[in-house]
Design a protein. Sequence first.
Length: 352
Amino acid sequence: MNIFQKNLQNRHKKMNDNAESFSIPAEIKQEAHEATLRLLPAKSKRVYKTEMVEFDKWRKKRGLGEGAITEEVLLAYFFNVEKHFAASSMWTKYSMLKSMLKVHKGIDISQYGKLTSYLKVGSRKYKTKKAKILERNQIEEFLKKAPDVEYLQVKVALILGVAGACRCNELTFLDISDVQDKGSYLYVLIPDTKTNISRSFTVMEEAFSVNSVEMCRKYISLRPKAAGRRFFLRYVDGKCTTQHVCINTISKTFSKGASFLGLPDPESFTGHGMRRSSATLLANAGGDITTVKRHGGWKSITVAENYIEESLCKMAIAEKIQVLPNVGEVVGPSSTSETPHRVNLNPGQNNK
């Protein structure tokens, strides 16, 4: 235990001693407990609780008591978890368990250096499988050739998803009032996001070489009068029903487009591909990493960079390194104001 941990432990001990010196009313304790529970994400409380239950089951199975939650115990637990889960899942489990132990047990496992080092070592061996993307020409081909009577809802989901780097749940729960028709463009607001950062974007008339605004208007005009607040409604045989589209339907947007285009392994084009395609198109068009971060609502540069498909970027880099300029082309600054500096493409030969 380092000096920081000892000081923190002593501070907590003094606070507990002070708290025991007077009686705290039950009502205050209950209010404090309710406030503490708010530290857990509201949307994921169930899965957080499930992870804690799994950890408790493992401890009981190994004959460990209620107070046996140490770094050594957690190292053994994750050593066993690693046999059944990928490195990415290990970090997810660690994050959930960290929050639950902090809230319910007052234990901060982020101070356990050996544990975090162990998880980092496992991450080095793991290669993430990224969702495939659709390139601009493929998106344009699908929007132009796929018949509206069957694919209109898929087309609109693809347009909004790629234009705004939207997550599947953001499109699923998109409210009709969040899509505003401004005449020559659509203004779309995403108020509730995973990172609690509201985003907005626009859809231009000639987005992806088709009249995307008119395509979205056509879909909106088919809404029944009794439809609820959700933007995306079930679309069958050229008509919208009052039934909301579920997240599984939205997540198949890219795979349906890939199937129509006859691309191999269409199931690998998941809903997450919309965000990756959006980030990649923006980066390939010259957007810097700050612009990409703001567009997708990413806080980390590393996370934003992982969303960008590298193939096209690598082609541009390879061209700059490997393709020689034409002989006699001016490629450097002028050595004088009158004579431009030329690069000698055959440095081994003397000029005659």
